[in-house]
Design a protein around this ligand. Sequence first.
Ligand code: FAD
Ligand code: UDP
Length: 387
Amino acid sequence: MTDVVVVGSGFFGLTVAERLAEQHGANVLLIDRRAHIGGNAYSAPEPETGIEVHQYGTHLFHTSNERVWEYVNRFTAFTGYVHKVYTTHRGEVFPMPINLGTINQFFRSAYGPEEAKAAIREQAAELGGKEPSNLDEQGVNLIGRPLYEAFIRNYTAKQWQTDPTELPASVISRLPVRYTYDNRYFNDTYEGLPVDGYTAWLERMADHKRIEVRLDTDFFDASQDASKAAVVGQVPVVYTGPVDRYFDFTEGDLSWRTIDFEQEVLNVGDFQGTPVMNYADLDVPYTRILEFRHLHPERDWYPKDRTVVVKEYSRFAERGDEPYYPVNTPADRDRLGRYRDLMTGEKDVFFGGRLGTYQYLDMHMAIGSALSMVDNKLEPIFGGKAA
Ligand code: FAD
Ligand code: UDP
């Protein structure tokens, strides 16, 4: 007997399913319309080389949340990988995010931290102390106009195809700017990659006698016995698919960006010497090149004469494309407000995850918010059923 249907087997759905099954003794039916579990965190070995490729773009795990770190370590150990990114601008390679190394290389200077801050402050002075209200102003405010125009403006234009004055300042607020030579991409306490790969981790989460996984099963396919029509109102549902799709787009489509991934196996042992190279200029149509072997330098079994690279091309998602990043324009936020009103009318349907809440969530955030949903919303329903 099914006690709860979880729609979507990404980190949000998996965490809810695992907790309800293990902690609360619930029988969980976990469905996904894709042919594999794990949502966008899924990875698989490239068949020719055995190199682990993250199928939906590089996924770097990082968190400062103790509870999430303790939880994820139940399912996997992590390598000591620390993410670093470089960017190519006018035929020259710079460290990213912007740090003292980037600043001194760009200005051909030898500034110390205080001198660099003073120089950037002067270049950011055009805002006259005004609070930045969009990505363009936030960029100039953070790093001054010359660095903004070199490293952010055109990359952002390629990635978002939206005028930076219409994008929220928060999009680049998550990129640190450092007045030291520290070029770690993330600031979090814990960071690493799953030692046996993402899929082993995801499978361990789903491997529970009270979890039944059904793949290739779309919640909106009325011929399925786990469809929306069949289960809503019958058993509690945790829904992590797109919120606008749930309500048949009645309030309009929420806009998303998708990415086209162009994968190649090259007959060289090392193509670019680093996992991620960004391309800051408009004359290169892709935003970045990923080289997956560099995520796992400890895997000495990877071939020495071949490598897998993936170019990322970003564009607006049409219906039917995979939605990756919420664009979040003011019109989207209006629509989302109306969908939120509709959600409150759906009794015993719990919306979560990046698609269900139309929010950018890193993996640790998806897991953390799933744990909170279990504590705050699902525990009152399932708490009495302890295993
Ligand atoms: P998802 O992983 O999107 O899972 C949702 C699932 O629901 C999918 O499997 C989908 O098939 C299923 N579904 C949807 N509709 C239906 C339906 N109708 N019926 C049945 N199933 C349905 N996070 C990091 O921490 N670090 C990173 O480096 C990082 N890089 C990223 C790079 C890219 C390109 C992208 C797109 C995301 C990245 N993320 C990263 C974010 C990470 O992928 C998310 O945090 C995570 O996927 C969130 O999990 P989720 O369960 O909310 O959503
Ligand atoms: N960004 C940029 N240049 C870069 C890297 C990032 O302009 O070299 C901007 C861009 O707008 C991007 C945002 O910073 O969307 C956040 O970067 P992050 O790498 O977190 O983006 P993601 O790839 O996760 O969208």
